[in-house]
Design a protein around this ligand. Structure first.
Ligand code: BGC
Length: 752
């Protein structure tokens, strides 16, 4: 961004309408190269002579604006052909200025929109000229009358464009600008209506057949002043009526007023999470479905993972995981895209990031988000990382498994992409985070004295609607602490740092953990006064020592001290699963690891039973209920068809989609090894099951495609592998075959 560019705003735009800043310029020669840099407090789109400079949307994206904000750089050489040009930046409220959260507060980073931009031109004769935002720019209203991310957008093609005079230089903006590091957000899949429904209430509803995030594009020609108004929903209720209660205060309402000519409408500063729209006002007798297209909008990540198997329900589950990610990786990894939330919940991001990195290339996406985790951390002195990043909740809250994203995500990104710089950049944050926990415990080496989310949405809490599950908070917090320290040790070793202090700390955590939480080789109730008395609901959490999640965490983080204990814990886990009718009972914390620990401890068959279970709680339960994305709760739709607690029932939460990393990493058996991160050193260890019949899986890596396929023949299981050049793979088959494979294609068989 040119140093002479000033932040500008419109003092007359008190009500924060969408406005356009513009400037007519004269070029003093023939243009050789022209670069436009732009950013906003709010959202913006830039135009030159009425044409948008990019197909990216929702620029400048969402970062921790109290610290830093991205600017974008566009090559606009081809857009400057004549001697004169008009530059324009249209700004809407977006995340920085508009409404956020269920508290319905606004002005997260600013109470008004401002923009900044520079056009840097090099002429053919070598001379240079720059055009920068300053007080000479003009401001006028736009056809976009109002826009809010949650509430929707109003576009009136008949509205007069009113001049608001000159812009003023905005001295209040303190954010630090940095060149975009994240992916651009772009329009992706375009989905035509599947059907037009008249509901039992007599409402006209369009069903796009897929729950997604984005917006509906409307192409229409009607009378000037005609109105098309619609709202969005994820589901129809039990009676087949349009259901919006789970959107809470988010209105998701779109209003278009037609020009009388050919119109193409879509929102510029608002997006929705939906499968259905209900036409509230529509000027024509019959609904022409061809006028409506649902456009998926998300960060422009390259698809890298592909998985298919012989079980159609598992394939649908995998489809739902992909759409959960598409729907929730819109610049920030969010919990959900539809209700008055859409926040970067750190726990959700952390549990899903492994699966996310198989499905798509998320390196840039997470590099940006991790820089926000660090930015939020820099705003406090204790090293804490908030529960949502960017901190749209303005919360000082810190929670285990959520804030642990600071240690887990950098390590997972390193494993997936092998980029030491990414690890180096984030190491200070990881370290500060560990120091935060160090001072958070009331007894040394345990994290015991903070408010926690527990095993969020586990079904073993008192009553199915209880949110925090039955596993002790301090047990989870201390186990996650051990894991985060382990991530720091791993990272430090890769970077060649001295980590002996952290190795000692890890040892001491394991000792303290065993002293406080283990008895006779199984978990016991905390011997220390614990988090059981400090709760979000003010009542005492009713906890059990032995839960599927407590056992899972011991196994996953290797908190056992002997082989005997490991076996006992694993056997107990299997016992609990059987006692629960071969069903899981885990929440956000236990679920991502559950199938892994089963297959790592000799119970792959039990893991498959859980994967293929159809009774609630299970993954396929939602598939059987017609889900096209992942549900927030195992029981979003209850067995009697009624919806769960409306205050928190999202049909598009990716957290439980973490199961996909078991499909890639264990069912197909493709993993990136830590001593050759970024798939330079690969593990190929498929664990086939006749119940799936076949698997066909590919992971595109920086070295090329890693392929793992298997199918059940009459007598044998047949395998086919592809190892990309420049890599080696450690093959491990179920019959005990172990081999190191160099690049190439391989066929193997094992006896059924
Ligand atoms: C969000 C979650 C999040 C949780 C924190 C919810 O409202 O939707 O996914 O992690 O709060 O416990």
């Amino acid at each position: 961004m040119n140093k002479n560019a000033k932040w500008i705003y419109s003092p007359k735009n008190k009500e924060n309408r969408v406005i356009t800043f513009s400037k007519k310029i004269s070029l003093s020669g023939e243009v050789k190269k022209a670069t436009l840099c732009a950013s906003a407090m709010g959202l913006y789109f830039a135009e030159i002579n009425g044409a948008r400079v990019t197909d990216a949307v929702f620029t400048p994206g969402w970062t921790s604006g109290n610290v830093h904000t991205q600017y974008q750089k566009y090559d606009v050489t081809k857009m400057l052909s004549g001697k004169k040009a008009e530059l324009a930046l249209t700004a809407g409220k977006g995340w920085a200025v508009g409404y956020l959260t269920w508290y319905e507060w606004n002005h997260l980073y600013a109470d008004h929109m401002s923009v900044i931009c520079s056009l840097d031109v090099t002429y053919k004769d070598g001379s240079k000229e720059s055009f920068c935002t300053d007080g000479t720019w003009s401001v006028h209203t736009s056809h976009i009358i109002d826009s809010e991310i949650y509430h929707g957008e109003t576009v009136d093609m008949t509205a007069d464009i009113i001049s608001l005079g000159k812009a003023a230089v905005d001295e209040t903006v303190k954010t630090k600008l940095f060149a975009q590091t994240g992916e651009f957000v772009r329009e992706q899949e375009r989905v035509a209506p599947m059907q037009v429904i008249i509901t039992p209430k007599g409402e006209r509803v369009i069903d796009f057949g897929q729950n997604m995030t984005g917006y509906v594009e409307v192409r229409v020609r009607g009378n000037r002043g005609d109105r098309i108004v619609f709202t969005h929903a994820e589901v129809l209720d039990n009676d087949g009526n349009f259901y919006t209660e789970n959107m809470r205060s988010a209105r998701n309402r779109i209003e278009y007023v037609l020009s009388g000519g050919d119109d193409v409408f879509k929102p510029s500063f608002s997006f929705q999470g939906y499968r259905y729209i209900r036409l509230e006002e529509y000027p024509f007798e019959t609904v022409d479905p061809d006028c409506f297209t649902s456009v998926a909008v998300y960060s422009d990540m390259k698809r890298t993972g592909f998985f298919a198997c012989g079980d159609e329900k598992v394939n649908q589950l995998y489809h739902n995981v992909l759409w959960g990610q598409r729907s929730n990786y819109l610049d920030v990894p969010t919990d959900c895209p539809q209700r008055d939330e859409r926040l970067g919940w750190t726990g959700d991001a952390q549990v899903f990031c492994r699966a996310g990195a198989y499905n798509f290339d998320v390196k840039k996406f997470f590099r940006k988000w991790l820089s926000d985790c660090a930015a939020e951390q820099s705003l406090r002195t204790d090293g804490g990382v908030p529960i949502v990043v960017p901190n749209g909740l303005r919360s000082q809250g810190v929670a285990s498994a959520w804030s642990d994203c600071a240690a887990i995500v950098p390590w997972e990104m390193y494993l997936a992409y092998g980029d030491k710089n990414l690890l180096r950049e984030n190491y200070p944050m990881m370290e500060k985070w560990i120091n935060y926990i160090r001072h958070a415990g009331t007894i040394e080496c345990l994290w015991t004295d903070r408010w926690q989310y527990g095993d969020w949405l586990a079904m073993d809490g008192e009553g199915n609607q209880r949110c925090t599950g039955a596993t002790q908070y301090d047990f989870i917090a201390s186990a996650m602490y051990a894991n985060s320290v382990q991530c720091l040790i791993n990272a430090g070793k890769v970077l060649g740092y001295d980590v002996s202090e952290y190795e000692k700390l890890h040892e001491n955590i394991v000792i303290a953990f065993n002293d406080n939480f283990m008895e006779d080789g199984l978990p016991c109730l905390s011997k220390h006064v614990s988090c059981r008395i400090e709760l979000n609901s003010k009542e005492q959490q009713i906890v059990r020592a032995i839960t599927q999640t407590s056992l899972t965490l011991i196994l996953k983080f290797k908190l056992y001290r002997t082989e005997e204990v490991r076996k006992k814990v694993a056997a107990k886990l299997v016992e609990l699963i059987h006692e629960n009718g071969d069903r899981l009972s885990t929440g956000f914390v236990g679920t991502p690891y559950l199938l892994h620990v089963l297959s790592e401890n000799g119970y792959t068959d039990v893991a498959y039973t859980l994967l293929l279970q159809e009774k609630m709680p299970s993954w396929l339960y939602s598939v059987n209920h017609g889900a096209t994305t992942m549900w927030e709760r195992w029981n979003c739709v209850q067995e009697d068809g009624a919806f769960s607690d409306v205050s928190m029932t999202s049909f598009n939460h990716y957290a439980y989609g973490a199961v996909a990393d078991w499909l890639y990493g264990v069912v197909a058996g493709i993993k990136s090894l830590a001593d050759g991160a970024g798939y330079e050193h690969i593990s190929i260890a498929p664990k086939p099951s006749e119940k799936l019949g076949f698997v066909n899986c590919k992971v595109e890596t920086a070295h090329g495609a890693v392929v793992s396929k298997w199918y059940y023949g009459k007598e044998f299981i047949h395998y086919e592998f592809e190892i990309p050049s420049g890599t080696t793979a450690e093959l491990s088959l179920v019959d005990g075959t172990k081999k190191t494979l160099s690049s190439g294609k391989y066929l193997f068989t094992t006896k059924r």
